[in-house]
Design a protein around this ligand. Structure first.
Ligand code: ACO
Length: 315
């Protein structure tokens, strides 16, 4: 397939590091050097499904495609207010599409997994036009009393429209179960038969383990694809990496021995918006004209699971 349109939508509320230090024992002097984050956009009166639909409409406009021409909508989401119906079904109704819909929960690597699903359906001959929307509100998963976690995240939605083509050159997906390193637990409705102990636990993270996994998985996925395609890191025009932490991005950059300008970032102003991070960055680069038609780009993301994925494609 090939990507022919992108879109994004972010909440209007900006929360700076200084604003966090008003109610948390933290500071810009701690957060910025360790993460690269200056501020993040946080959901206040918006609904995530509205941001998701807005990103989808922008991507369709950018692609010059009508919603009724879509054959499939894939939505990547970890948490939103609806348990059911799926967010993809809510988006379908909001944009006036009629095609089948699928939600996936692949944490921060959702965009890579969604691209893989779209490509597989396209190769099977069952779809021609696919909308991918990654919409996330991780700020509703964290405790805002836990300075270890809540300072890292922001909310938003990113979308891409794909159609027939052979621009996707390779996809590598990985998973390595680690349920004690990055997780959130919520209780379900009680029944008369539940005898086990249950509790709500906000997002918990072993930061240094996540950091090490992220660098290892991302460099491994990208290296695997480069080797498979017989390419050198120099042949990639831009690397669009999951925007979790600028130090993770710098470690991957050093491993690949590539210059700064090949690694656009927005973690400074968005924080980590989970699976929405890569498509939001892709949309910003697309609209700013940073990506040149015909150049080869690499996308890579990693997250809870642990799972990770990378894609090499022609832009
Ligand atoms: N403000 C001030 N102090 C803090 C804060 C904060 N926000 N958070 C932690 N600290 C303190 C800790 O309590 C600790 O204090 P102590 O030494 O007295 O115990 C001290 O700072 C150092 O903590 P470390 O964990 O050693 O700090 P580190 O340098 O490892 O940085 C960080 C922590 C930024 C979380 C880092 O480990 C990291 O970036 N990990 C990756 C996290 C990530 O990217 N997660 C998401 C990826 S997956 C996904 O996207 C879902």
């Amino acid at each position: 397939m090939k990507i022919i349109g992108t879109g994004s939508a972010i909440p209007k509320k900006i929360v700076t590091n200084d604003m966090l230090s008003e109610f948390l024992d933290t500071s810009d002097a701690w957060i910025y050097p360790r993460t690269g984050i200056k501020y993040r956009h946080v959901i206040s009166d918006e609904k995530l499904e509205d941001l998701a639909a807005e990103a989808a409409v922008k991507a369709l406009e950018n692609a010059g495609m009508k919603a009724e021409d879509l054959d499939f909508i894939i939505c990547s989401n970890v948490v939103n207010e609806y348990v059911t119906p799926s967010l993809s079904c809510i988006i379908q109704g909001a944009i006036g599409a009629t095609c089948p819909c699928l939600d996936i929960n692949c944490a921060c690597a959702g965009f890579m997994y969604a691209l893989d699903i779209a490509e597989a359906h396209y190769k099977a001959g069952s779809v021609k036009n696919v909308l991918i929307v990654c919409a996330e509100e991780p700020t509703r998963m964290t405790s805002w009393k836990d300075r270890n976690v809540c300072v890292l995240f922001g909310d938003g939605a990113g979308a891409a429209v794909l159609t027939e083509g052979d621009n996707i050159k390779g996809i590598k997906l990985s998973a390595a179960s680690a349920t004690d390193k990055l997780y959130q637990i919520r209780t379900l409705e009680p029944t008369p038969y539940i005898t086990k102990e249950e509790q709500n636990i906000s997002l918990q993270m072993r930061g240094q383990d996540v950091f090490k996994f992220a660098v290892k998985a991302s460099t491994g996925d990208i290296r695997y694809l480069l080797d498979k395609l017989g390419m050198k890191p120099d042949e990639i025009g831009h690397y669009l990496l999951h925007q979790a932490n600028v130090r993770i991005i710098n470690s991957i950059k050093e491993f690949l021995e590539q210059p700064d300008e090949k690694f656009p970032t927005n973690v400074e102003t968005h924080g980590n918006s989970s699976s929405a991070s890569c498509p939001i960055l892709l949309d910003e680069c697309n609209r700013k004209g940073i990506l040149k038609r015909g150049e080869t780009i690499a996308l890579s993301a990693f997250g809870a699971g642990f799972i990770s994925g990378a894609v090499i494609m022609e832009w």
